[in-house]
Design a protein around this ligand. Structure first.
Ligand code: ZN
Length: 219
């Protein structure tokens, strides 16, 4: 059973809940997949069963075409809330980390062709490797959170939260008009450009806020 943990290996006493994700929240990423920029956030949910520890290493499906990494800033909700205003949104977030929104890109392309939901491509067991959490108070500036992903030593993704189409507070506010957020729920805030395929044996490093490092092996 997955347990939320801090970077100092302390258990966070919140149950793992749903993972609410947003698609196409960085213009450059929408462009690289040939997608239009949406006029409202595109939301989808990964079930709690998709979450695994990032730093423990994770497996990827081997027989379903390409598996893409989407490195994303993740938020941990610590109080139940709905219909919140953007100005209060940070009060409901205790921690931040890096998550991978693993995506079966070939499967997703076929689903998109048929206008079907994406769940099979994004909600499978193991589809959400989630890092150990950093307290919001430890960030250098929560209004500009940087994220980078390196694969086998090469930088693949780089962005920061000021490049988001929908900002973190606006995103939390919007989500809370649709889904009640509960303690232990996670929000994934979208991926910057540079997504690409993973293979077993890849070594990943993510950096959050230019100071917190996460290492993971793809098995
Ligand atoms: Zn994503």
């Amino acid at each position: 059973m997955f347990q939320h943990q801090t970077q100092q290996n302390q258990t966070i006493d919140l149950p793992l809940g749903k993972v609410v994700c947003v698609g196409r929240n960085y213009a450059e990423h929408a462009k690289e997949l040939g997608n239009e920029i949406p006029d409202a956030p595109i939301l989808f949910i990964k079930p709690a069963t998709s979450v695994v520890s990032l730093e423990s290493g994770f497996t990827i499906p081997q027989d379903q075409g390409s598996v893409h990494h989407e490195a994303e800033i993740a938020l941990l909700i610590n109080k139940e809330v709905n219909n919140i205003s953007a100005s209060d949104a940070w009060d409901y977030v205790s921690h931040v980390t890096v998550a991978l929104d693993l995506t079966l890109r070939d499967v997703q392309a076929k689903l998109k062709e048929k206008s079907h939901p994406w769940e099979i491509a994004k909600g499978f067991d193991g589809a959400c490797p989630l890092g150990k959490w950093v307290a919001v108070s430890e960030l250098s500036n929560k209004e500009c959170i940087a994220i980078e992903l390196y694969k086998n030593g090469e930088q693949k993704q780089k962005g920061d939260s000021t490049q988001m189409i929908t900002s973190i507070p606006d995103l939390i506010a919007y989500i809370s008009t649709i889904f009640t957020l509960q303690p232990g729920d996670v929000i994934l805030t979208g991926t910057p450009a540079g997504v690409g395929p993973l293979r077993s044996g890849d070594e990943l490093k993510a950096v959050l806020d230019n100071q917190f490092s996460f290492h993971a092996n793809v098995m």
